[in-house]
Design a binder for this molecule. Structure first.
Ligand SMILES: Cc1ncc(COP(=O)(O)O)c(C=O)c1O
Length: 393
């Protein structure tokens, strides 16, 4: 398989879904209920809009100027301070690189930390584009399935490891499932990575994607892998946290005790230039500086999660227990997730097949809407599971 054909194969499922999405919107217009791409139709918290208005009202000629590649020092310092409290680690501003979203942070991390023919393990189901980025950079993906309840399977990781394995990507909280790995799981993972790294003679790098960290609607604390394992680069998205995805605002932060910290900091800033990503816009850096000490109000999300999960379980679905994200992940009534999603689309309900997340047999709902529209969609899904088993054929 060439790099081009691998990329084509990885890109194809989302392209096919994009076609289904466009056709369904064309057919149903405003009657469609779109629970696919995570673009919520209501605000959890309108603080970004208020902050933007305030920033605009006091802007000066300096406010929209170029910033250094890693971002303005004041913004990086603010982020490092907040992260230091969250991870209980002494981050300095130079450990933090501001990026135009988590996507850029991931690419800058992968470019800097790995070199072909390195292989990187990815715990699945996973955010859809990790394998695509790895393929594009000439790095191998080793997909490692999680357990039936979508927790980390340490035995599977150990079995997947080869002498070419240079790292692992996980999301915590996990996307698309919304599962949060608890402190014991995180410690167990850190111990395994340490052991495998020693066997390899080179530390295994952990890419710790905390994009959904501020959407833990159960209120439990996050056990950050960064706290447990020093060879960690963490990724975050203000865009996701504050429902301003289109503003592409995030960062990459390396553990303060990571090997070759100084060199790595320079390489990461240089990668921002080489890749052409550059820091987020001057305005979004000001926005994140203002927002960073806060977290959004999650009360409305918790209500919506409880309601949706209750209704799906009532109609016989096997829904994965979770604590975070706007997503609900459940098993389709037959193993064919793509066919199931097409049947929902025929009735104007758009949800995503788990094939997009590198696992067959499940669906993902993004809680973009609430009230009667959501209930209409849940009625359609209930009808699609009339045998009430939720089991695979
Ligand atoms: C786990 C995960 N990582 C990364 C991203 C990309 O984030 P951003 O929109 O900030 O680029 C997403 C977006 O949904 C995500 O869910």
């Amino acid at each position: 398989m060439t790099r081009e054909s691998t990329i084509r194969d990885l890109a194809a499922p989302l392209q096919a879904f994009g076609q289904l999405h466009a056709d369904t919107l064309r057919q149903f217009g405003s009657r469609a209920v779109d629970l696919s791409y995570p673009n919520p139709r209501f605000h959890l918290d309108d603080r970004p809009y208020r902050v933007l208005a305030e920033l605009a009202s006091r802007a000066t000629v300096d406010d929209l100027r170029y910033s250094p590649f890693g971002g303005f020092t004041t913004a990086r310092r603010r982020v490092a301070g907040v992260l230091a409290e969250q991870h209980v680690l002494p981050y300095s501003y130079r450990d933090v690189i501001l990026t135009p979203g988590a996507t850029a942070a991931l690419n800058v991390a992968l470019t800097t930390l790995f070199t072909p023919p390195d292989q990187v393990m990815v715990v699945t189901p996973c955010w859809m584009d990790y394998p695509l980025y790895l393929a594009n950079l000439g790095l191998g993906s080793q997909l490692v399935a999680s357990t039936r309840d979508k927790h980390v399977d340490l035995d599977a990781i150990e079995q997947a490891w080869t002498p070419h394995t240079a790292g692992l990507i996980i999301s915590q909280p996990a996307s698309p499932t919304g599962v949060c790995y608890d402190a014991d799981e995180v410690t167990g993972l850190a111990a395994l990575l340490t052991r495998l790294g020693h066997a390899h003679g080179r530390p295994l790098m952990l890419i710790n994607d905390e994009t959904h960290r501020d959407h833990i609607w159960t209120g439990e604390d996050l056990a950050s892998p960064a706290h447990a394992y020093r060879h960690t680069a963490s990724v975050y998205s203000y865009g996701k946290a504050w429902q301003m995805q289109g503003q592409h605002t995030g960062y990459l932060a390396i553990h303060p005790d990571i090997a070759d910290r100084d060199t790595l900091r320079e390489q990461l800033v240089s990668a921002m230039r080489v890749t052409g990503y550059c820091a987020p816009t001057a305005l979004t850096q000001q926005l994140l500086t203002e927002l960073s000490p806060f977290t959004p109000d999650l009360g409305p999300l918790a209500d919506l999660q409880h309601h949706t999960r209750h209704r799906l379980r009532e109609s016989g679905y096997d829904v994965i227990d979770a604590a975070a994200t706007h997503f609900v992940y459940g098993r389709v009534p037959s193993a064919d997730d793509v066919g199931y999603v097409e049947r929902a689309a025929q009735q104007g309900v758009l949800i995503m097949p788990s094939r997009l997340f590198h696992e067959p047999g499940y669906f993902r709902i993004a809680l973009n809407t609430r009230g009667p529209a959501l209930d209409r969609a849940l009625d359609v899904l209930a009808d699609l599971n009339t045998d009430g088993t939720g089991d695979h054929a």
